[in-house]
Design a protein around this ligand. Structure first.
Ligand code: FE2
Length: 198
């Protein structure tokens, strides 16, 4: 179990929540099974962090793509075949550097660019993370296993309904010369939220 999961209260996984909603709707004779089945399929099979990992790996190997990604995230991910819901009007990609660590949160609820980085993990939705990552980001990151030296600036970005964020982690130096497919395999969801470095 990751270190941070132990300190933040866990909620039911998405499958159990979908089941619960489905049970209530069926009780009331609403024919929701099909819609919910589709939602479950999307959540489990298509809205996965590997999408974001593909975007990151492409940005690492293709400087022109990286430039387009930083200028207009939504348009750039569409080049790779990734769509975002209409109401996610902007995708802002935040590039980490040796001196800057970007971290995303949603202080209001639990918004993420979920079609790219997957549905938010339980701890991301927890009130404790949402409040403390803003007020004491360095301490929270340390508790989650990312102990950053004081000279690294931490920038926290608060998601809104229409602006979604994704962190572009730094490419580890030991991956020089790796093919794109292999690079995809090392990019984690947490690195795209900004609570981990690679
Ligand atoms: Fe939210």
């Amino acid at each position: 179990m990751p270190k941070h999961d132990s300190v933040i209260q866990r909620t039911a996984p998405v499958e159990r929540r979908v089941d619960a909603i489905q049970a209530v709707l069926e009780e009331r004779d609403v024919k929701a099974a099909e819609t919910l089945g589709e939602l479950r399929h999307l959540a489990q099979e298509q809205w996965i962090p590997q999408n974001g990992a593909r975007v990151v790996a492409k940005a690492w190997v293709d400087p022109a793509f990286r430039k387009r990604l930083l200028a207009d995230g939504r348009a750039a991910v569409a080049e790779l075949g990734f769509s975002m819901p209409k109401h996610h009007r902007h995708l802002v990609v935040l590039e980490n550097s040796p001196t800057v660590q970007n971290v995303i949160c949603c202080t209001q609820c639990s918004c993420t660019a979920f079609t790219l980085i997957g549905l938010p993990p339980d701890w991301y939705k927890d009130l404790e993370y949402r409040a403390r990552i803003v007020r004491e980001s360095r301490t929270v990151l340390r508790e989650m296993g990312l102990d950053l030296p004081a000279e690294i600036e931490i920038r926290v970005w608060d998601t809104t309904a229409d602006t979604r964020y994704m962190v572009l982690p730094m490419r580890p130096p030991e991956t020089a010369g790796w093919p794109e497919e292999k690079l995809i395999g090392i990019v984690t969801r947490d690195s795209m939220i900004g609570v981990a470095r690679l």
